[in-house]
Design a protein around this ligand. Structure first.
Ligand code: ADP
Ligand code: MG
Length: 593
């Protein structure tokens, strides 16, 4: 008999188990979602490995998930034929916390505590393996990795600070590969072991799992059975003695148990967009990306021709970690499949530029090799084409939001992701044409609602040549700058660039629909109304005054000039044509302390 070894949980694990049991008690059924999602991940990993090491798949076992219930004893068994775990992996994976889903849960938990908000949200997060203890007193994980020739058993009990690991010795429990998880339900939770209940939960929670999930169900079929004729009856109709003896039959129901396919395994992106409802798209999004809010928009498309792939893209309703944290390229935002095989969601700009990393989605290509590596991704012409198409579709989708009747949608979008698009002005020259119409600014004529550049153009005066802007640290200070006076007088609209990144973004764009962006704080501002006669007169009259002021100020200014740009203020400080604007200067200063 091989030894049973005892291990202590990492401290965080015990804390997490406490949290789960105490905060999710009203939402216990999530345990099934979590365990099925682990089984599905394990199958994904095996299928992926099998591409380069086909012998791993040769065990004559299909890739599937099987759930068996024993309602009399309150036991649920979940078996997957996935990657399994080695002895060490059992200890690393089920004794410590290193996983993203759980980390997210802990963070949300802390936030909801800090803000005193409702704990209900937490039911929506991936809380992982330990959620099994919501319903079970004891959990036994028997697992076989293709990397190991032995099968190991992990065993843990609710509220315990340790677990055990031993080798599997029960021949009935041996599996060719994968994991067999047994839940011994708490006395009050035995109801979960009803086959119909499990079936309903699987349908509800695992709609988008792309491996078949079978549940063990009782079935019945009817059959006709012959019944012996009553001899007394036979005598009674003695007249017919010579005729053939009539055979009597009756219908009975035969009962038996069998595996029943319980989910739909056609991935949603392979379905015809006309037949998928918005609710289905949103559900898929929430389940796939662990989100709890509906997306702002989605787009499902197929491209053919040079490169063929299918994709569903989404714009989330909120930025992932607060809108000030602009770009995190490692957001696992795009899940790449090749011919339905999940390849990776760990990209850094290969499939989407960094500034668009807030867009989430799935991409399934038939042109990439299955054993696609990071190097291939970076070099591949196919990937470049896919990337281009995805970006285009993403912009179409965003444009769609901006044209929606519901103005609030785009305001929400802009509030969350405006910074990303401005970053795009700086990083992605090639897409300026797509980004620029999506930008929004406050202006001298619209301080409450932001306007688009197209709205600005519509509002231009016939004699106006350029698009004017002023950078400032707030709408109020932009509003109060003396530079504005002449433009207000002429009724020219001026964009207020109040976000630090605005000015750099605009300078990268240079122009919009052939109109140049012009900073009204720079010297030589030409409003198209030069009166040279008058200027000459003024210069003669005030030239000496200017010289005198320059002398007094010395190196503090580059020059003192007569100008026609003010109407009521006596003087204004302007920036040199080629120098930084006052705003940029302020920004640079604030960054070099
Ligand atoms: P997460 O799924 O977010 O990684 P979990 O707590 O659900 O976190 O699972 C922890 C880890 O345990 C997984 O990352 C995986 O490595 C391992 N694991 C859990 N269930 C299985 C399984 N059925 N087959 C193989 N490995 C598993
Ligand atoms: Mg999990």
């Amino acid at each position: 008999e091989p030894p049973v070894q005892k291990y202590e949980y990492q401290a965080e694990v015990s804390r997490l188990m406490d949290l789960i049991v105490n905060s999710l008690y009203s939402n216990k059924e999530v345990f099934l979602r979590e365990l099925i999602s682990n089984a599905s991940d394990a199958l994904d990993k095996l299928r992926f490995l099998g591409v380069t090491e086909p012998h791993l798949l040769k065990d004559a076992v299909d890739l599937d998930i099987r759930i068996q219930t024993d309602k009399d004893n309150g036991i649920i068994t979940i078996i997957d034929s996935g990657i399994g775990m080695t002895r060490q992996e059992l200890i690393d994976c089920l004794g410590t916390i290193a996983q993203s889903g759980t980390a997210k849960f802990l963070k949300a938990m802390k936030e909801s505590k800090d803000s005193g908000s409702d704990n209900n949200l937490i039911g929506q997060f991936g809380v992982g393996f330990y959620s099994a203890f919501l319903v079970a007193d004891k959990v036994v994980v028997s697992t076989k990795s293709p990397k190991s020739d032995k099968q190991y058993v992990w065993e843990g009990e609710v509220n315990a600070s340790s677990y055990t690991v031993r080798e599997e010795t029960d021949p009935e429990k041996l599996i060719p590969r994968g994991t067999r998880l047994t839940l011994y339900l708490k006395r009050d939770e035995k109801g979960f072991a009803h086959p119909e209940r499990i079936q309903k939960l699987v349908k509800n929670y695992s709609q988008f799992v792309s491996f078949p999930i079978y549940t063990w169900q009782e079935k019945g079929y009817t059959k006709e059975v012959e019944v012996e004729d009553d001899p007394a009856e036979a005598k009674k109709d003695g007249e017919d003695e010579k005729s053939e003896k009539k055979k009597k039959t009756k219908t009975v129901v035969e009962r038996y148990w069998d595996w029943e396919l319980t989910n739909e395994t056609q991935p949603i992106w392979l379905r015809n967009p006309k037949e998928v409802t918005t609710e289905e798209y949103n559900e898929f999004y929430k389940k796939t990306f662990n989100e709890y809010l509906e997306p702002l928009a989605s787009s499902h498309f197929t491209t053919e021709g040079e490169v063929e792939f299918r994709s569903i893209l989404y714009v989330p309703a909120v930025a992932p970690m607060g809108k000030d944290d602009v770009v995190n390229p490692k957001t696992k935002n795009i899940r790449l499949y090749v011919k339905r095989v999940f390849i990776s969601d760990d990209f850094d700009g290969e499939l989407f530029p960094r500034y668009l990393s807030f867009v989430k989605g799935v991409v399934d290509s038939i042109d990439l090799p299955l054993n696609v590596s990071r190097e291939i991704l970076q070099e591949s012409r196919i990937v470049r084409i896919i990337r281009k198409r995805l970006v285009r579709k993403a912009f179409d989708m965003i444009l769609g939001i901006s044209m929606s009747e519901n103005r609030e949608d785009y305001e929400k979008f802009w509030d969350n992701f405006g910074k990303h698009l401005k970053l795009g002005c700086i990083e992605d020259r090639e897409n300026h044409k797509r980004i620029a119409p999506l930008l929004r600014f406050f202006s001298s004529q619209s301080e409450d609602d932001m306007i688009s550049l197209d709205e600005y153009l519509e509002n231009m005066k016939p004699e106006q040549k350029d698009i004017y802007y002023i950078a400032a640290d707030s709408v109020t200070s932009a509003r109060n700058t003396p530079f504005l006076e002449r433009l207000v007088e002429k009724d020219f609209e001026v964009l207020f660039l109040v976000d630090p990144i605005d000015e750099i973004a605009i300078q990268n764009l240079k122009s919009y629909k052939e109109k140049n962006f012009v900073d009204i704080s720079k010297e030589d501002l030409d409003l198209g109304d030069k009166n040279e006669e008058k200027e000459k007169e003024m210069k003669q009259e005030f030239g000496a005054t200017c010289d005198w002021i320059k002398k007094r100020l010395g190196d503090k200014v580059a020059g003192v000039q007569i100008s026609n740009r003010l109407s009521s203020s006596p003087c204004v400080l302007v920036s040199g044509k080629f120098g930084w604007s006052a705003n940029m200067e302020r920004l640079m200063k604030s960054q070099t302390v």
